[in-house]
Design a binder for this molecule. Structure first.
Ligand SMILES: [Fe+2]
Length: 240
C-alpha cells in the first residue's frame, strides 16, 4: 500500500501485520498456518497546512486507516483493538471515527474493574457515519464489506493506546465470523449480550452524517471533548 497525500502532507503508513495479531483471532488453524501479511494501514497525523497550528495547540490528531476486505479463516478482518488511559480520574479519553468509504462494525466494550466487560455494543457504520467511542470503551473495527474500508479518527495526541488487556484476552469479547455471526470469546467471563446499535449524531458539536469529520477543525471547541471528556457528560450519556 502506497503513501497518501492529505493537503501538503505525504505520509507512509504504519502497517499492522498478521504476526502482531495471530493470538487474537478466532480461527487458530488459520492464525498459526497463514503466511505473515499486512492487514491494515495507519496514516497518522494528517492535516492541511492552514490547520496545523490549531491542531497542535489543541493536542489533537487526525488519522486515516485503510483496511482491505479479507477473511482471516472463519473470521472477518479487524483491527487489533485497544483501550485508552484516563484523561481525568475515572474518565478515560474518548475518540471519534468516521467511515469515509466501505462498511464497518465498531465493537465497543466497556471494561469493568475485574478485567471483564460490563457492556458490549456493535455499531453498524457506512460512508459518512460518525462513531463516538465513549470514555472507558475498548474498540475494535471490523471490515464487514466486500470493499476497502477507509476510516478516519480525531483523537487526543496526549496518550498512547493500551493494547495489553485485549492481548491478554486474545481478542475482543466477541468475534465476527465471515457468515456475520458473533461468537463470544471464552477468555472473558460473564459477557453481556451484544447490543446492535446505530451511529448517533451530535448536531450541537457538528457531528452529522453529511459533514466530513475533518471539517470539525474549523470549530476546534467542538473537539474539546477529546481532551476534557469530564466536561461533556451530556455527549456520552444515553449515547447508545
Ligand atoms: Fe482508540
Amino acid at each position: 500500500m502506497k503513501n497518501i497525500r492529505f493537503g501538503s502532507v505525504e505520509r507512509d503508513p504504519d502497517v499492522r501485520m498478521l504476526d502482531e495479531m495471530r493470538d487474537l483471532l478466532l480461527d487458530q488453524d488459520f492464525a498459526q498456518d497463514a503466511d505473515n501479511q499486512p492487514l491494515y494501514y495507519m496514516y497518522r497525523d494528517l492535516y492541511r497546512d492552514e490547520h496545523l497550528e490549531t491542531i497542535r495547540e489543541n493536542d489533537i490528531r487526525f488519522d486515516v486507516t485503510v483496511m482491505p476486505p479479507k477473511k482471516l479463516g472463519r473470521e472477518l478482518v479487524k483491527t487489533k483493538g485497544h483501550y485508552h488511559p484516563e484523561a481525568r480520574k475515572g474518565v478515560p479519553y474518548p475518540e471519534i471515527y468516521e467511515v469515509m468509504a466501505g462498511e464497518a462494525h465498531y465493537l465497543l466494550q466497556e471494561k469493568d474493574r475485574g478485567g471483564g466487560v460490563s457492556d458490549v455494543v456493535v455499531v453498524s457504520a457506512n460512508s459518512g457515519d460518525k462513531v463516538i467511542i465513549p470514555p472507558g470503551y475498548g474498540h475494535i473495527t471490523i471490515n464487514t464489506g466486500r470493499k476497502r474500508l477507509k476510516m478516519a479518527n480525531w483523537v487526543s495526541s496526549r496518550f498512547d493506546s493500551i493494547y495489553g488487556d485485549i492481548e491478554e484476552k486474545k481478542g475482543g469479547a466477541y468475534y465476527e465470523t465471515i457468515a456475520g455471526e458473533f461468537i463470544q470469546n471464552q477468555n472473558y467471563s460473564d459477557v453481556p449480550e451484544l447490543r446492535p446499535v446505530e451511529p448517533e449524531e451530535v448536531p450541537d458539536l457538528g457531528i452529522v452524517e453529511e459533514e466530513p469529520m475533518y471539517n470539525m477543525i474549523e470549530s476546534p471547541e467542538n473537539l474539546a471533548f477529546l481532551n476534557r471528556p469530564e466536561k461533556f457528560e451530556w455527549v456520552f450519556e444515553d449515547l447508545y
